[in-house]
Design a protein around this ligand. Structure first.
Ligand code: DAH
Length: 344
């Protein structure tokens, strides 16, 4: 009997519980009705009377020790780090991992990029802080030209000499200039990026937004090439049945200039409140690069011609996803952001 008590004591000292299930098995082994310790108590009546006092005490303290050990193992399991617990319990269900999602503006931008990459456009970018030359002057905005007022600008450095002014770029057309200055034609480039305008923030406009600029310069590029490429884009982006139309417009850096509309993606041209019952949605500005701009950038307009286009990413994202307020894109509210999985 004494030997058995000693063995069980030792065993209890060494006990470790791997998990709650294992702990329960240990409790049953030592303390349940048919467990080792109650069995010893059952044997107690066979102990010689002169040993009863000593063995009785040893048995009682063994029982107490076993009970305390079970409690302390339980505490340990519960306090132990989750990592420790999950390492040892392979049956534990996996914890849900919260995977982030792409921002809707990134989805739309990436979709636009891949459509143009498929036909040989490369991707370019320039600085968000621009000098006057790249944002305005090279693009044919004369100093007093009203078009400069069209774009209310955030100036970083205001100077008496407008040529020395530095501002946050008001459009990605500035990247056109940088590309033409540094690259020999043929140039076929797409420049996505963030732009800034000093505008009041409302449901329809923001002081920070995103544009994608496209530029193609080569020998004998014509307006027909521009129309065809934009038709391809519209079908890829909005669906094969999409129709396009061009309206004459004005930009200082293109001649001729146009606005391109697509047939309304919601009502397919029937007329609805999104297209204001016109059946058309304005999607981008475009035109043939003005020869003066080519010249400003060191490209001979007698040899080369080009087309350019520019569109707003927020505007397109709002159409595709039926988002009514541009501010949602900048608030980082998870409830909004997690709804978007693809730009199709
Ligand atoms: N830069 C113009 C804007 O911000 C958009 C634009 C119009 C870009 C016509 C172009 C273009 O390249 O050809 O409104």
């Amino acid at each position: 009997m004494k030997e058995k008590i000693r063995q069980i004591n030792e065993e209890i000292d060494r006990l470790v519980a791997e998990n709650h299930e294992h702990l329960e098995q240990l409790r049953i082994r030592f303390l349940s009705k048919k467990g080792l310790i109650p069995a010893l108590f059952a044997d107690f009546r066979n102990v010689a009377p002169e040993q009863r006092k000593e063995i009785g005490q040893a048995l009682n303290s063994l029982k107490q020790k076993a009970a305390e050990k079970i409690v302390s193992l339980k505490d340990h399991l519960e306090q132990g780090s989750t990592a420790e617990a999950s390492e040892s319990d392979l049956s534990r269900p996996a914890e849900e991992i919260n995977i982030g999602s792409r921002h809707p503006l990134s989805l739309v931008r990436n979709r636009i990029i891949s459509i143009f990459q498929n036909i040989g456009f490369n991707i370019s970018d320039g600085p968000e802080m621009e000098d006057d030359w790249h944002n305005f002057s090279a693009l044919n905005f004369p100093p007093e030209h009203p078009a400069r007022d069209m774009q209310d600008t955030f100036f970083i450095e205001k100077a008496d000499d407008y040529k020395k002014q530095v501002a946050l770029r008001t459009h990605t057309s500035s990247v056109q200039v940088r590309m033409m200055e540094t690259t020999e034609p043929p140039i076929r480039t797409l420049s996505p990026g963030r732009v800034f305008r000093n505008e009041a923030i409302s449901a329809r406009s923001h002081c920070i937004f995103h544009q994608v600029e496209g530029l193609y310069v080569d020998k004998s590029v014509s307006f027909a090439d521009l129309k065809q490429i934009l038709y391809y884009f519209a079908m890829e982006m909005f669906g094969e049945e999409t129709k396009i139309r061009f309206r004459p417009s004005y930009f200082p850096f293109t001649e001729p200039s146009a606005e391109m509309d697509i047939s309304c993606i919601l009502c397919k041209g029937e007329g609805c409140n999104v297209c204001k019952y016109t059946g058309w949605l304005e999607i981008m500005g475009c035109g043939m690069v003005d020869p003066a701009v080519l010249k400003n950038c060191g490209i001979d307009p007698e040899v080369y011609s080009g087309y350019a286009f520019g569109m707003g990413i927020e505007r397109i994202a709002m159409m595709i996803y039926s988002v009514r307020d541009i501010r949602y894109f900048f608030e980082n509210d998870q409830r909004f952001l997690k709804q978007f999985t693809s730009a199709y």
